[in-house]
Design a protein around this ligand. Structure first.
Ligand SMILES: C[S@@+](CC[C@H](N)C(=O)[O-])C[C@H]1O[C@@H](n2cnc3c(N)ncnc32)[C@H](O)[C@@H]1O
Length: 272
C-alpha cells in the first residue's frame, strides 16, 4: 500500500481477502437491513470508503439499479483488483472501483446520496478526519452511514483462556496503533455531535457454531495482525502460536459456539 492516512495494522497476507469476504457474507443480511432502513433508492450515487475486496458494494449495486452508481474506494491495489474481479463476475455494471486515501480522497464534494464506511474508522483510527472527509463527500440531505465494532461481545462458550488471550491481544494491538475496537459504543454520539440530523442506531451480532465459515475468524484475524503484534512486542511468537493452536482446538469442538463483536450501525442526514 502507498502512504495513506490512518494506521491500518492488518496485513494483506494470503487469506486476508477471503477473511474479509467471509466476514462480509456473515454480515450481509444485517447490512441489507440497514440499507433498507436508510431507504436507498434507484438512481442514487453511493460510495463505500475502504471497501476492501467488496464491502457492501453488491448490496448497494442491487438497490441503486441501472440508473444509479456505486463507487468503492480503497488504498490497497490488491484489494481493488479483487473487488473488481468479484464485481465483474457478478455482472455489477453500475460499479466503479478507485484507488485513494479515504481520509483525503480528492473526489468532488457534495456528490453522493450515501457515503458508507465499515471497519475502517475502528481499525485505522483518526476518526474525526475520516468523518470530516466522508461528510464533505455527502450531498446536503444525503446519508452518512458507519458500521463499527465493539469487541466486548467477542466471546466463546464455553469460555477458554486461549480465546481470551487472543481477544485481549486484539484489543491491545489496535490500541497500540490508535484504533478503537470499541468504537461502536460512541458511534451514535459521534454522528450526533457532527451535526447530522435524524441519527439512527442499530446494533447486531452474529452467532457462530463450529461448522460455520466464521468459526476460525478470531484466529485468522490474529494471523493477519501477527506482524504488528510482534513488532509492537505485545506477545512472543511461541506464545502466540500456542494460543492460536489451543484456541483452534477449542473452536473445532462441535459443542463450542461463539459470538462476533457487536456491530453498531449508525447513520444520519447531512443538514441541507
Ligand atoms: C477491515 S477492512 C474492511 C473492508 C470493508 N469495508 C468490509 O467491511 O468488508 C479495511 C479496508 O480499509 C482499507 N484502508 C486502510 N486504510 C485506508 C485508507 N487510508 N484509505 C482507504 N482505504 C484504507 C484497507 O486496505 C482494507 O481494505
Amino acid at each position: 500500500m502507498t502512504s495513506t492516512s490512518g494506521h491500518y495494522p492488518i496485513e494483506r497476507r494470503s487469506g486476508e481477502i477471503e477473511r474479509l469476504r467471509m466476514q462480509g457474507a456473515a454480515m450481509a443480511f444485517d447490512a441489507g437491513l440497514m440499507l433498507d432502513r436508510i431507504g436507498v433508492q434507484p438512481g442514487w450515487r453511493c460510495l463505500d470508503l475502504g471497501c476492501g475486496p467488496g464491502g457492501i458494494i453488491d448490496l448497494l449495486s442491487a438497490r441503486v439499479g441501472a440508473t444509479g452508481r456505486v463507487m468503492g474506494l480503497d488504498a490497497d491495489p490488491a484489494m481493488l483488483a479483487a473487488a473488481r474481479q468479484w464485481a465483474e463476475a457478478q455482472g455489477l455494471a453500475n460499479v466503479e472501483l478507485v484507488r485513494g486515501d479515504a481520509y483525503r480522497t480528492d473526489l468532488p464534494g457534495d456528490a453522493f446520496h450515501l457515503v458508507h464506511i465499515r471497519f475502517l474508522a475502528s481499525t485505522a483510527g483518526q476518526v474525526d478526519d475520516l468523518l470530516r472527509e466522508a461528510l464533505r463527500l455527502t450531498k446536503p440531505g444525503g446519508v452518512l452511514a458507519l458500521q463499527e465494532p465493539d469487541i466486548e461481545t467477542l466471546n466463546c462458550y464455553p469460555p477458554h483462556p486461549a480465546w481470551q488471550r487472543l481477544k485481549n491481544l486484539l484489543s491491545e494491538v489496535f490500541g497500540a496503533v490508535g484504533g478503537d475496537v470499541q468504537l461502536a459504543q460512541r458511534l451514535y454520539s459521534l454522528l450526533r455531535r457532527r451535526g447530522l440530523a435524524d441519527v439512527q442506531y442499530r446494533p447486531f451480532l452474529v452467532g457462530v457454531t463450529s461448522g460455520d465459515a466464521m468459526a476460525d475468524f478470531l484466529p485468522q484475524t490474529i494471523e493477519s495482525l501477527r506482524g504488528t503484534l510482534l513488532s509492537k512486542a505485545l506477545v512472543a511468537e511461541a506464545e502466540l502460536d500456542a494460543a492460536l493452536a489451543a484456541c483452534r482446538r477449542h473452536l473445532a469442538d462441535p459443542d463450542t459456539v461463539s459470538t462476533t463483536y457487536l456491530v453498531a450501525q449508525a447513520w444520519g442526514r447531512k443538514p441541507v
